[in-house]
Design a protein around this ligand. Structure first.
Ligand SMILES: [Zn+2]
Ligand SMILES: [Zn+2]
Length: 598
């Protein structure tokens, strides 16, 4: 999730930046021979990297935090100065990491966090000092530490981090903290963190037996879908394909590898090579795993001459792609190396663009809502200031089509002027999940580049060849990532239509098992995914187990239910619907499926 562009000028940024200094001071007070590396503000907080004689414990964190509060209460101010490289090296003589940063500044090209500088910025060496601690820094900080509420920050964790992110360099200890303007904001944030932990899709994925990965045996960032997860995946794909067929899409299906020539024409080998895996040789030709589906869809289009009458054409595919991601960035299902995109490409006549974007936006919102995401925020990114391809008139036309469509849609949107890709403007849609986190899911991207590179045409009404507009469109993004978000949004308690097991029959005693099996069969016949828990547990344990598995309906059967040919219906939230005939229960469950209810 990205910060608003002006994060650096906000009070929160200053608070977090200042606290990184305060934390470094506190740590050096406890470990006078400790070495400090870098400590920037980040989203929701700050960190600092240290090289210390021993591993930090949670007791240490508490002690550091206490010292930090004392330092903050002393209301120190930050004093700024500019130094020559020699003076800076003298000042930081005991701090080898700072010396390396100063040398980097001296040689040019890096800032005081070791990040590359924009070309036009000449590095100057500056420091800020509060109380006893002076740090290489450009600011900004709070005017004085009195501006920080001592009850508004918390140290969260320690993690290993390599100096400059390089696995061959020293391993440091990174302390993460979070900081806010007041204690209420801190409490809210900590509550959200605890909620997020409970909902972690990696934890729930294991508990609900949905998927796994195994970096040793299978490889990093590759996912195994277990039967329940694969069933849900099937349900998502099936619903999704049917909606596409109902809405004027064609389905296509394309290979996992393609010749180097194709990726040369598409430009991927020039501009996207670091995201692609090395080539493999087949019959003395080089082939690559596909990082994207677009070139294949274009080749389907180009397979015959297209007439203006055929447009718009919409090709849709669950396309599995492979992209290189650094191992440190892989995270559960959210960032993987092999994933399936819900990809589509629209080929349209320039005069159809307005209508097509309207359609695409409406369809996107419909699909997101079908999965229970109601809170949708749109972002419009326009032509970048530097280099871009495509005629200015086309850019204006596409940008105004996107914006007009956003206005008609009634979605609230923000403009990211100049934030578009070099090949066209786009709309991004972000959803908010159940605990208020924003996730970017959908992208509607106009492309002036690939139709050119592949020399795509259609025959117009005038009998001449014309260039179509192309729109890339992914609604859910990657199925893996979307699934992870879905798990966290629902905390595993999926809507009935997606729940792998929708109803579980719980016989009270062994003599009720036969009846339970009979009911189970008739539910299955009605199209409800039902199971019988015929294990040896007591009823209370069976109910707890079913609740743990977040099964929507628990159907308890004992003597009474057997005699009346009923089931006693309980919901996973504990609500008791009482006895129902099997037919009445089926109706409730099937209605919930049809309405996509949670
Ligand atoms: Zn600073
Ligand atoms: Zn594409």
């Amino acid at each position: 999730m990205s910060q608003p562009e002006n994060y650096e000028s906000t009070q929160l940024y200053k608070i977090r930046h200042s606290l990184a200094h305060v934390m470094a001071q506190a740590v050096l007070e406890m470990f006078p021979n400790g070495k400090v590396a870098i400590g920037p503000p980040i989203e929701d907080g700050f960190y600092y990297d240290f090289d210390l004689p021993r591993a930090l414990t949670s007791d240490d964190l508490a002690a550091i935090e206490k010292r930090m509060r004392n330092i903050v209460k002393q209301r120190h101010t930050f004093a700024f100065r500019e130094l020559s490289a020699d003076a800076a090296k003298k000042l930081f003589v005991d701090q080898p990491y700072k010396i390396e940063l100063i040398e980097g500044l001296e040689a040019g090209g890096l800032d005081d966090n070791g990040e590359p500088l924009p070309e036009d910025q000449k590095p100057v060496i500056t420091t800020y000092k509060h109380d006893t601690f002076e740090d290489l820094c450009k600011g900004p900080h709070v005017e004085d530490l009195g501006k920080i509420n001592p009850k508004s920050f918390r140290l969260l964790s320690v993690a290993g981090a390599y100096w400059r992110g390089d696995e061959k360099r020293a391993q440091l200890q990174r302390i993460y903290g979070t900081a806010w303007e007041n204690s209420q904001e801190l409490q809210d944030y900590l509550h959200k963190l605890a909620e997020a932990k409970k909902r972690d899709h990696r934890k729930l994925g294991k508990e609900l037996d949905l998927f796994s990965s195994d970096s040793d045996e299978i490889g990093n960032g590759l996912i195994l879908w277990h039967p329940k997860g694969a069933l849900m995946r099937h349900l998502i794909e099936e619903f999704y394909r049917n909606e596409h067929l109902k809405n004027g899409y064609d389905l296509v299906s394309t290979p996992h590898i393609g010749r180097g020539k194709l990726w040369q024409t598409s430009g991927h080998l020039d501009f996207y090579k670091e995201g692609m895996y090395s080539s493999m040789e087949i019959d003395e030709q080089d082939y690559y795993l596909k990082p994207m589906n677009c070139p294949f869809h274009i080749m389907v289009y180009k397979n015959s001459k297209r007439s203006y009458r055929e447009l718009p054409m919409r090709y849709s595919e669950w396309g599995t792609v492979y992209r290189y991601e650094r191992s440190g960035t892989l995270h559960g299902l959210l960032r993987v190396r092999g994933f399936t995109q819900d990809d589509a490409h629209h080929f349209v006549r320039p005069d159809q663009l307005d209508e097509e974007i309207d359609f695409t936006l409406k369809f996107s919102v419909h699909m997101l809502r079908s999965f229970g995401f109601e809170d949708i925020q749109a972002y419009l990114s326009t032509q970048p200031a530097e280099k871009s391809v495509g005629a200015a008139a086309d850019w204006r036309k596409a940008e105004s089509a996107l914006e007009a469509s956003l206005k008609r849609s009634g979605l609230s949107y923000e403009l990211d002027a100049g934030g578009g890709a070099f090949y066209g403007p786009k709309i991004d849609l972000k959803i908010k999940d159940a605990i208020g986190r924003a996730w970017q899911l959908s992208t509607i991207q106009v492309d002036f580049n690939l139709p050119e590179r592949f020399d795509m045409t259609f025959i117009g009404q005038d009998g001449q060849e014309h260039r179509p507009f192309m729109v890339h469109r992914a609604l859910l993004g990657s199925l893996e990532r979307f699934f992870g978000i879905l798990v966290e949004h629902y905390a595993g308690a999926f809507p009935v239509w997606l729940a792998p097991v929708q109803a579980i029959l719980i016989p009270i005693a062994d003599r009720h098992i036969e009846y339970a099996n009979k009911v189970c069969d008739s539910l299955k016949e009605a199209g409800i995914r039902a199971e019988v828990d015929d294990g040896g547990d007591r009823m209370g344990n069976k109910i707890r187990k079913a609740q743990g598995q977040k099964i929507p309906y628990m159907l308890v059967v004992g003597d009474k239910e057997m005699d009346a040919e009923e089931v006693a219906v309980r919901l996973r939230n504990g609500e008791d619907l009482g006895p129902k005939s099997v037919a009445a229960f089926s109706e409730i469950a099937l209605q919930a499926v049809a309405d996509k209810l949670a």
